[in-house]
Design a protein around this ligand. Structure first.
Ligand code: GLU
Length: 395
C-alpha cells in the first residue's frame, strides 16, 4: 500500500550514515557480532569540565525557553572563539546557535536557495548536503575529485561548474569523508575564481576543525573578499565528543543570520538550555584540553593506514584530519569474492557487512562511487579486529 506522503519526503534519500549505523545496531541486537565503523562519532566521553557546567546549569534552574538564536553569553563566547582560532570578527548578532551543525546547514539552505538554483558540491561531500539542497528544490552539481588529487578540486574545475544558476558552493575542510584539508593557498585560489561571480554564496563547514594532524585548517571567511558572502558553520560534536548534545552554530553576515533565526523560530525555536550553558564552557576552553582525543585519533589513523595498506586492492591516501579513511576499492569491481559478485561500492560495503561483519558506508552516498568510508573513531583493539576480519573475508 502506498501511503499519501508528500512528494518532498518521497524524493528525499535516507541518510546513509544513519541508515548503516541503524542496520549495524539492529544486527547487534539480533546477537550478531558486528563492528560498526559506519558512524562518525567520537568514542570518548564528553570531558568532565563540560559535564560539570551542564550539571551546574540544571542546579541553577536553567529550564525555560532560550532565545531562538542562542543565549547572548554563548554567542559572545562563539565570537571569542572565531577570533581566537580563525581570525574572524563576528558580532553576536551574526551568530545563530542551532540543534547541531546539521540544522545550521539546513537553515542556511532554506533561507538562500530557491527552486532551480544550483549548489556546487566538491565531491566527496557529506551525505546530507545533497539531501538538504534537494529539500529546497535546488539542484546539486557534483564536482568530482579522486584519491590521486587527494580528493581536492582545482580552481579550473570550480570555474567550469559555475553557471548562471549557481547560487551556492559548499566547502568542507577537514573533509568528511576524505579527511583532506585545503591549505590557505588552495582556498585563496578557489576564492580568486569566486571573486568573478558575486552572486555565489559559500557555506564553509568547519566542524572537524580541531581534528587535524598538524595542518591547521583555514577558514574561508578569513579571505577578505569572501567574508560578506561566506557562512561559517561549526559545532561541538566532534572536537568535544558531544554528538548527542546537539550544539551547532554559524557566523554569517547579519542579514543571513537574521533570516536563519526567523526560519529556526518556526521550526525548533532555541536549542536546549542545558546544552547551551555547557557549550559556553566548551567553546571558551583552550583547545589543548581536548588534544588527547586528537592525539589518539592520529595514532589510530596511522594503525589503520598501515593495516589496510597491507590488503591488496585498497588504495589509500593520507587523511590530514577528521576520523575517516576513504579508500578507493574499485580494484574489486567485476570480481567474485567468497561467492559474492562485487560490481560497485554498495556491493563492497554490503559484502563487508555480511562476510566480515564490519559496517562501513558506501562512497556512493558521498558522491564518490569508487570508495568506501571507514570511521576510525573506535578503540585500537576494535580497529585491529575489524581489519583482520576484512582481510580474512577478502582472502
Ligand atoms: N556526521 C556524522 C557522519 O558523517 C554523523 C552522522 C550524520 O549525521 O551523518 O557519520
Amino acid at each position: 500500500m502506498t501511503h499519501p506522503l508528500s512528494d518532498r519526503i518521497n524524493s528525499l534519500p535516507i541518510s546513509q550514515t544513519l541508515a548503516m549505523a541503524a542496520k549495524a545496531r539492529e544486527l547487534k541486537e539480533q546477537g550478531i557480532d558486528i563492528i560498526s565503523l559506519s558512524l562518525g562519532e567520537p568514542d570518548f566521553n564528553t570531558p568532565g569540565f563540560i559535564k560539570d557546567a551542564a550539571i551546574e546549569a540544571i542546579n541553577q534552574d536553567y529550564n525555560s525557553y532560550t532565545p531562538v538564536d542562542g543565549y547572548v553569553e554563548l554567542k559572545q563566547a562563539i565570537c571569542t572563539k572565531f577570533k581566537r582560532d580563525n581570525d574572524l570578527i563576528y558580532k553576536p548578532n551574526q551568530i545563530v546557535v542551532s540543534t547541531g551543525a546539521k540544522q545550521s546547514i539546513a537553515n542556511i539552505a532554506q533561507v538562500l536557495l530557491n527552486p532551480g538554483d544550483e549548489v556546487l558540491l566538491p565531491a566527496p561531500y557529506w551525505v546530507s548536503y545533497s539531501a538538504i539542497a534537494t529539500l529546497c528544490e535546488a539542484n546539486f552539481v557534483e564536482i568530482p575529485s579522486s584519491i590521486d588529487d587527494d580528493f581536492k578540486i582545482t580552481p579550473s574545475q570550480l570555474e567550469a561548474a559555475i553557471t548562471t544558476k549557481t547560487k551556492m558552493v559548499f566547502f568542507n575542510s577537514p573533509n568528511n569523508p576524505s579527511g583532506s584539508i585545503y591549505s590557505e593557498k588552495e582556498y585563496r585560489a578557489l576564492a580568486n575564481v569566486l571573486e568573478n561571480y558575486p552572486q555565489i554564496y559559500i557555506l564553509s563547514d568547519e566542524i572537524y576543525e580541531h581534528i587535524n594532524y598538524g595542518v591547521k585548517p583555514f577558514s574561508f571567511a578569513a579571505i577578505k573578499s569572501m567574508y560578506e558572502r561566506t557562512i561559517t558553520v561549526n559545532g561541538l560534536a566532534k572536537a568535544f565528543a558531544m554528538t548527542g548534545w546537539r550544539i551547532g552554530y554559524l557566523g554569517a553576515p547579519h542579514w543571513i543570520a537574521k533570516a536563519c533565526t526567523k526560519m529556526q523560530g518556526q521550526i525548533t525555536s532555541g536549542t536546549n538550555c542545558i546544552a547551551q550553558r555547557a557549550a559556553i564552557t566548551a567553546v571558551l576552553a583552550p583547545v589543548e584540553k581536548v588534544q588527547y582525543m586528537v592525539d589518539e585519533f592520529k595514532a589510530r589513523r596511522d594503525i589503520v593506514l598501515d593495516l589496510l595498506g597491507n590488503i591488496d586492492g585498497f588504495k589509500l591516501n593520507i587523511p590530514e584530519g577528521a576520523f575517516y579513511v576513504f579508500p578507493d576499492i574499485s580494484a574489486f569491481f567485476g570480481k567474485t569474492i567468497n561467492g559474492v559478485r562485487i560490481e560497485n561500492a554498495n556491493d563492497f560495503s554490503l559484502f563487508l557487512l555480511e562476510k566480515a561483519n564490519v559496517a562501513s558506508v558506501t562512497g556512493d552516498a558521498f558522491g564518490a562511487p569508487n570508495c568506501i568510508r571507514l570511521s576510525y573513531a573506535a578503540s585500537e583493539l576494535i580497529l585491529r579486529e575489524a581489519i583482520k576480519r576484512i582481510k580474512r573475508a577478502l582472502s
